[in-house]
Design a protein around this ligand. Sequence first.
Ligand code: AMP
Length: 450
Amino acid sequence: MFGASLFVQEAAGLTYNGLLSMQHRGQEGTGIAVLSGSNIVCHKDTGLVNEVFTRENLGKIHKSKLAVGHNRYSTTGRSAHINLQPFVTEYLTGRIAAVHNGNVTNAGKIKRQLMARGLNFNATSDTEVIASLIAYHCMREKDALKGVIRAADELEGAFTLIILSSEKKLIAVRDGSGYRPLCIGRGPAGLVVASESCALDSCGFRFVRDVRPGEVVVIENGEIIFEEVILEKKDPSSGLCIFEYVYFARPDSNIDGLSVYEARYNMGRMLAREHPVTADAVCGVPDSGLEAAIGYASESGLPLVSGFVKNRYIGRSFIFPTQSERESAVKMKLNPLRANLQGKSIVLVDDSIVRGTTSEKIVTALKQAGAREVHMRISSPPFRYACYFGTDIDTEENLIANKMELAAIRDKIGADSLGYISIGGLKAACEKAALPFCTKCFTGHGQKER
Ligand code: AMP
């Protein structure tokens, strides 16, 4: 998510750059909405940022001081065009464009209440419900800020929001638990709000601060005109999603006081302490296992070698026509580097095992390339429980760690040994962060903890 409130009419182009640098947060589709007079103009489509936006369509929305944009990664709702963001909603006295990261757990209930009041819905995502609820309250309150606060107060679960209002305001909201990251940046052209600080760097904006959990920030004409922690934390055991540090965020981002690189490096060091092994070298799985592998190598004293060459030109446009071709997708993306592997015992570090398919293929590929032993080390604890707060992992029955014990997983993926970081180790690796964490995908939601 990215939002810009500038002194100059360059908000759409800046938002495009911001979205490009946050492509890792969602690749299904993308969109930008700008304020044009009292109108909101929006362009969105399925595809990557540089596929969806051309000189022509960006040219049509380029003249604005105010813009919001979003890269979609589906959590609630099907991955259809209709669910793409921003959602533009019109009400009696104004318009808003809303972008959202997270997952609102009471969206179904709110939708039924709004439908009973005569509102219509077209999409299946929770963001459409949030946008409608905000518009409903903006209309009743006759004020965008009051409307956003009323609406946000009703929401449960995970929501960071950036709302562009026809009142010429950008309103940023972070839920009371702070599940998803959101930060503010300043540059000579004005202020921006972004999911990750790497977007500020890429756009030449200076990091000002993170939006605080429960905070509502209003930006007008490139200046903050309102900032207050208003929303309460509804679940005391919640917090910032620790998986942001494990997998989601880019390593050059800084979230709530902790560098993502440093967190991953610490996870690797912790893994080496918790699961040491006699081996010849350490390899990281590109890209998400690389920083933890550096940490593992540093702590263990083992040499760090490249285990794979990644074909960076295979994007989502690479279409596999047959099942056997689809199954060799990992091989196409990651080719093992024989010279570093042959006859060696390798510690292979990755960020997570979800269904287990990726690990199985990667371990097999290393062995086929001549590795004598593969010792798999994972920088997150076993993924056992569903996430209701914006991480699109599979249903619990498809999570390998929900069905199998450690030895069975090790055998299934074909590794010689398997070690996951402990939950305590993971938290210690991230201890510099200013917020408590949500770790429920690892520890359970209270009812069925192991
Ligand atoms: P698998 O075990 O085959 O389901 O895949 C696990 C790999 O997918 C991990 O190594 C991560 O790099 C990546 N991954 C983990 N969680 C997610 C997620 N929520 N969305 C997309 N990729 C993910």
